[in-house]
Ligand binder design. Structure first.
Ligand code: SF4
Length: 703
């Protein structure tokens, strides 16, 4: 809006989408956002991508929930293709808040009394603020009485976090992505930043223009290749073979940094022995990369003065996802590429607050700040803080909870902002399990696919309608502010969680998210020297922050790692094939992910006018040669079948795809990619193998 008289007010906030955490300003007229402009935030410098710039009108969508809903008697639970979210009264009836909250809480309390604390579980959301995440996990731990609380980090970077905690003692990045502009070499692997972290990609492009050598390691091609010094397109699922070959070169050519290894690590001798046989020649037939290419990349990374590694879900979403991340950490430790400007390890986080939600304890095996639930001292500290006895039994993870519902041991759930009826692997199984719940409370903006299984639906607040803090992929804690009023009877999420908690016997009296933040500081040392008032004034403070007058540490672990010994550790990895390798019956690799215009299960972006107009239909991307094998033209219908189901959608040519692979975004309910995906889990991070399933393709006719 160029004409400032056309707007009533401007409100500074943060983008609600990806983990880059771009700061923005909402321009408001007549209590509606009419425009969004970028601000000079540390992670975006005024820039926004298409989602941040145009993805602001979903809160006004015709299907927005404005009153609590209760399921009508006799309506079966499930994703009904004839259900119209804009007219939910076919399946639900409206209720006032007292009736809906009473029913929501009494249903959960009844199950707790009948079957015990372990019969309940909760999914929080990385779409929510830090304060909401804190309250949600506190309700599950103190009100439900178990640690059965998880969120979508389990489906994106749980394996990265598992490896980072094991090897360097913490689950967050060691340096921001802005540091890439100071690096000599940057490895981007298993990520496609121009699509999934678009403003971060601008920093990589800037780095390349300044002379940083960008190395892209991924089975698929991508637009950032135009800025790359080297591109290694390896065979899908063979990451560990390739990374161990890189380590082998670093060991055999003595490219490692012995002084750094001696001072800061342990376990290198065992790693040396472990990778001795994994020569480039031995690994090349597996990963499809020529030995000399492997050697060249190993030398570039190891001999660089300053080098960084960034990775995405192409690394983490495998049954060997934790092993993938362990390899990347080993590369950095062996070469001393952490703890200095222009060096570091950085898993690019997906959602705007997935870092913060994890920090705040929406994880079943750890309390806030990754403190183990099994640690007696941790347990007693939180029992004192919350004046409530706590369980020391680690809870179940996202996919384990779905299995437990299926098996009958979990009977009731509270789901805030998550959409497992779209996001979980082997979706028909996950949906069948959700239908078995005796009591499901869903809190969301819309009647999502998951809400179609709910007994009670509580109308929640959109990001631009509430105050709260979020933590981005760089560990920058940032302030979001309400720009527009809540519609109808919708309520702030913190208010709803508190109302439910008090009806389940707790005694909470928060008046505002700032009260919650103050309590968080008592249980989270990571928030030392960061206060609500500071964030309100300064907009962004990075944790850890050593003093009230400092902006926080962009690069961490310069002297020691946060482990018992202060040293990081190498964790050797075995070569394991994907859980479901391709074969003659299912000869093509299916991989899933996001598009630039759409975000996660599409509950927000598919209700955004501009974004939905740009990408309106479900598509599958294939290499031209792959499409030709089936006699298909772009725009033709294609059926993809795996051992778990089939979907039919529109075929699109993508020259960046390798032959033998098909890519499907997971945001389209009409062709839900997760009907196809494999629920096999990484044994450490408990993350499903979304990036590799065996499938077959056939020409089809769209209904
Ligand atoms: Fe929002 Fe991410 Fe785009 Fe920035 S890069 S505008 S945070 S979606």
């Amino acid at each position: 809006v160029g004409d400032s008289s056309a707007i009533d007010k401007q409100v500074d906030s943060v983008c609600p989408y990806c983990g880059v955490g771009c700061q923005l300003t909402y321009q408001v007229r007549d209590d509606k956002i009419v425009n969004v402009v970028g601000r000079q935030g540390p992670s975006n410098l005024g820039r926004l991508c298409v989602k941040g710039r145009f993805g602001f009108d979903y809160p006004n969508h015709a299907s927005r929930l404005t009153r609590p809903l209760i399921r009508r008697e006799g309506v079966p639970k499930g994703v009904d293709p004839n259900f119209d979210p804009a007219n939910p009264l076919t399946h639900f009836r409206e209720a006032d808040w007292d009736e809906a909250l009473d029913m929501a809480a009494s249903g959960l309390s009844h199950l707790r009394a009948a079957y015990g604390a372990e019969a309940l579980a909760g999914f929080g959301s990385a779409k929510c603020s830090n304060e909401e995440a804190w309250l949600f996990q506190k309700l599950v731990r103190t009100g439900f009485g178990s640690n059965n609380v998880d969120h979508c980090t389990r489906l994106c970077h749980a394996s990265s976090v598992a490896a980072l905690i094991e090897c360097i003692g913490t689950g967050a990045v060691t340096a921001s992505f802005m540091q890439a502009t100071q690096a000599d070499v940057v490895i981007l692997t298993g990520c496609n930043p121009a699509v999934n972290h678009p403003v971060a990609a601008t920093f990589f492009k800037q780095a390349a223009k300044k002379g940083t050598k960008i190395i892209i390691i991924d089975p698929r091609g991508q637009s950032l290749s135009a800025y790359a010094h080297k591109v290694l397109r390896f065979s899908p699922g063979t990451d560990v073979a390739l990374f161990n070959a890189l380590l082998n070169v670093i060991v055999t050519e003595e490219l490692y940094d012995q002084r750094y290894i001696d001072e800061h690590t342990q376990g290198f001798e065992a790693l040396k022995i472990h990778v001795a046989d994994m020569t480039p020649e031995a690994m090349s037939p597996l990963c499809g990369i020529e030995p000399e290419e492997i050697r060249e990349v190993a030398r570039l990374y190891a001999q660089a003065d300053k080098a960084m590694i960034f990775w995405g879900m192409g690394i983490s979403q495998h049954t060997h996802g934790t092993d993938n991340a362990r390899c990347l950490i080993s590369l950095a430790l062996a070469c001393g590429q952490t703890g200095r400007p222009g060096t570091g390890l950085h898993p690019l986080r997906g959602q705007n607050n997935v870092q913060g939600a994890s920090d705040a304890g929406l994880i079943p095996m750890v309390m806030p700040d990754y403190q183990p639930v099994t640690d007696a001292q941790v347990k007693s500290a939180f029992e004192e803080l919350w004046s409530t006895p706590l369980s020391s039994k680690p809870g179940l993870t996202v996919v384990e909870i779905i299995h437990a519902i299926d098996a009958g041991s979990i009977k009731g759930m509270y789901i805030l902002g998550e959409n497992p009826a779209m996001s979980d692997p082997d979706l028909e199984h996950a949906r069948a399990a959700l239908a078995k719940l005796e009591h499901l409370v869903v809190q969301d903006l819309f009647v999502t696919e998951t809400a179609q299984f709910a007994d009670v639906i509580l109308p929640a607040s959109a990001w631009a309608e509430k105050d709260g803090t979020v933590t981005n992929t760089n560990r920058q804690v940032q302030m979001g502010r309400a720009a527009v009023p809540l519609p109808g009877e919708a309520k702030p999420d913190w208010w709803i969680i508190q109302a439910l908690a008090n009806r389940m016997g707790l005694n909470w009296h928060y008046q505002h998210p700032r009260d919650v933040f103050a309590e968080m500081k008592q249980g989270m040392a990571s928030l030392d020297h960061i206060s609500w008032d500071r964030l309100d004034e300064e907009q962004s403070v990075t944790y850890p922050c050593p003093a009230d007058d400092q902006p926080g540490l962009d690069v961490v672990y310069t002297d020691a790692f946060p482990t018992e010994t202060g040293k990081a550790r190498f964790s050797p990895t075995r070569l394991l094939p994907p859980d479901e390798p391709v074969d003659t019956d299912f000869p093509v690799v299916l991989t899933t992910g996001r598009q630039l215009e759409h975000w996660h299960t599409g509950s927000m972006t598919r209700r955004t006018r501009v974004l939905d107009a740009l990408e309106p239909e479900a598509v599958a991307s294939l290499a031209p040669a792959e499409l030709a094998k089936y006699g298909l033209q772009p725009g033709d219908a294609l059926t993809i079948t795996t051992r778990r189901g089939e979907i039919t959608l529109v075929a699109r040519i993508d020259p960046q795809m390798p032959e033998g692979m098909v890519f499907v975004p997971f945001c389209y309910v009409e062709a839900a990619a997760n009907i196809l995906t494999n629920p096999a889990l990484d044994p450490f991070g408990k993350i499903p193998e979304f990036k590799y399933a065996a499938c077959k393709l056939s020409a089809a006719v769209l209904a």
